[in-house]
Write a protein that binds this ligand. Structure first.
Ligand SMILES: [Zn+2]
Ligand SMILES: [Zn+2]
Length: 100
């Protein structure tokens, strides 16, 4: 089961829900969605990583064809250094639900 994270800018100009964690596990594939920032779209998104391979990226983002402009957020629950794409303010992260 995965968790739904709600990102919110301290200045109120940006909000986004990200569905992260293990929502889809294929046989032999220990996958998990992690948060990522796409520089191309200037927005947060999610990306599938392979937990058996040290969190290696194992898919594409849902926003772009290439992963070139992606940086993965290692631990979103640490809530460290997430910056608002609109104003550069701090983003707070809350868990608002579960998904599967
Ligand atoms: Zn993108
Ligand atoms: Zn902002």
């Amino acid at each position: 089961m995965g968790r739904i994270y709600h990102l919110k800018c301290e200045n109120g100009d940006y909000e986004k829900d990200l569905f992260l964690g293990q929502g889809m596990v294929y046989p032999g594939f220990n996958g998990s969605y992690k948060a990522a920032f796409c520089k191309n779209c200037n927005d947060y998104t999610r990306i599938m990583v392979d937990l058996d391979k040290n969190g290696k990226i194992a898919g594409k983002t849902e926003c772009c064809e290439s992963n070139e402009d992606i940086s993965v957020v290692d631990d979103i629950e640490a809530n460290d250094g997430l910056i608002c794409p609109k104003c550069g303010g701090n983003i707070t992260v809350d868990i608002v639900g579960h998904w599967d």
